[in-house]
Design a protein around this ligand. Structure first.
Ligand code: PXG
Ligand code: PLP
Length: 451
């Protein structure tokens, strides 16, 4: 099950976010994938309960996308996106705006979610400078937030492990996370917690709005463990930002393009931010890309900022911004999403079915709460259901559970004291039954292993 990889080859690759030594002793090698399943080196088919890494909602190896990439790279593989253009980047930009809330209609390409995060933060600072308010530089994120791994993203990010190792970051501050103790087992979108948005008022009182550029949040916190926002929370953030001339950025790297049952989290929750960051599902995970979609007024502020037409208003961009292969993949992906009407299907059929079945897991002795939102679902693992008491060694227990899952044919993500899935948007009811059956079995195995 090493898939033919030699020791020297294993040694040469320093793997990202991985326990390298453990992996190389006991590698989990994946050699192919199709639809909702991956195939391991030993030939086993495993249900992809995480859609790759929250990326591959339309299923793996979609021929339409693979073909579009192949055709593009044999016609125009690459040319500079600085000062030169190619048709597909413009075509895609317009298509993307059709999935965005009205008014967010200017698309800046990046190569990943992390690059989208840093791009949006730089755009916010530069915007205020263009408007003559150069002191508005402070960036506000949220505890437990994940905005990728670049310096801007970890500055506003709130996952301590991703920050602790790297020293001084950018001038930032953090709102509290919304996982209130009384919300942990709230079964869905919590009623309590909108008042947490008012912490922003305290930050404004402390730093003054004249020093704050932007607030960035995930409308639904993904990496933290699928945490939906409290009712009214995002709306309250929007109001406070409006009243204080602070930009509101939604990081929708996970939530955009159907994952929460709507085209965006903004649409799902009825709150329109000033910028939306995307990545992951935009190419169905087939090739790396991301983007920041800005309100027209933000874009126009750069264009109308004075100076000659040839001047560069926003000195920012990546070699691979608008890469032809990525543009072709994204166009093919969005065409598929439209032609299959997948978001509508998720909203009206697949997600409600997943929700109804997922709830049953609350009958398991290890499950304190089973919550679901679109094609996202999480279970809170507890030692004592009655008293909502966690295990002292939750991390170890969910790690075990994740390993049981993989051995028994389903990929799940273990997060601290939760198990999370983000299954393909294209799941059938039979797939969902298979998920529930496998999760139930792995919870049983986990419970047995503790005794
Ligand atoms: N913002 C959000 C909201 C994300 O979820 C990023 C930015 C960064 O994207 P890139 O493409 O630079 O990785 C993400 C990515 C997990 C997990 O299992 C989540 C992500 C990445 C890796 C693992 O929780 N989210
Ligand atoms: N480092 C060096 C030395 C470079 O020349 C460049 C790009 O030209 C970069 C980093 C940035 O690379 P990218 O545009 O792919 O982010």
């Amino acid at each position: 099950n090493h898939a033919g990889v030699t020791k020297e080859q294993f040694d040469a690759h320093w793997m990202p976010f991985s326990g390298n030594r453990e992996f190389k002793k006991n590698p989990r090698m994946i050699v192919s994938a199709e639809g909702s399943y991956i195939t391991a080196a030993d030939g086993r088919k495993v249900f992809d309960g995480l859609s790759g890494l929250w990326t591959t909602g339309l299923g793996h190896c979609r021929p339409e996308i693979s073909k579009a990439i192949a055709e593009q790279t044999s016609t125009l593989d690459f040319f500079s996106g600085f000062q030169y253009g190619h048709p597909k980047s413009f075509e895609l930009a317009e298509r993307i705006t059709q999935f965005m809330p009205k008014g967010l209609n200017r698309v800046f390409y990046t190569g990943s979610g992390s690059e989208s995060a840093d791009t949006s933060l730089k755009m916010a600072r530069a915007y205020w400078r263009k408007k003559g308010m150069a002191s508005k530089t402070r960036l506000i994120g949220r505890a437990k937030g994940y905005h990728g791994v670049n310096f801007g993203g970890i500055s506003v990010g709130g996952i301590v492990g991703n920050r602790a190792t790297f020293g001084q970051t950018l001038e930032s501050d953090h709102l509290a996370h919304t996982m209130l103790p009384e919300n942990v087992f709230s079964k869905g979108m919590p009623e309590k917690g909108a008042h947490l948005a008012d912490e922003l008022l305290a930050m404004i009182a402390l730093h003054d709005a004249s020093n704050i550029a932007a607030v960035i949040v995930e409308p639904m916190a993904g990496s933290a463990g699928v945490i939906p926002p409290p009712v009214g929370y995002l709306k309250r953030l929007r109001e406070i930002c409006d009243q204080n001339q602070i930009l509101l950025i939604f990081d929708e790297v996970i939530t955009a393009f159907g994952r929460v049952g709507s085209a965006t989290g903004a649409e799902e929750y009825g709150v329109v931010p000033d910028m939306i960051n995307i990545a992951k599902q935009i190419t169905n995970g087939s090739v790396p890309m991301g983007a920041v979609i800005a309100k027209q007024e933000i874009h126009d502020t750069f264009m109308d900022g004075g100076g000659a037409d040839y001047m560069i208003g926003f000195p920012h961009g990546y070699t691979y911004s608008g890469h032809p292969a990525c543009m072709a993949a994204a166009i093919a992906n969005l065409e598929l999403m439209e032609s299959t009407n997948i978001i509508h299907q998720v909203k009206n059929n697949t997600a409600p079915y997943l929700g109804s079945k997922w709830k049953d897991l609350e009958n398991h002795s290890l499950v304190g709460e089973a919550r679901q939102l679109g094609m996202l679902a999480a279970i809170e693992i507890v030692e004592d259901k009655e008293n909502c008491k966690r295990f002292d060694n939750s991390g170890e227990i969910v790690g075990k559970c994740r390993d049981f899952c993989y051995e028994n044919g389903i990929v799940m993500r273990a997060i601290k004291n939760k198990m999370v899935i983000s299954p393909p948007l294209i799941c059938t009811n039979e797939h969902i039954d298979e998920i529930i059956e496998k999760v139930w079995k792995c919870l049983d195995l986990t419970a047995k292993s503790i005794k």
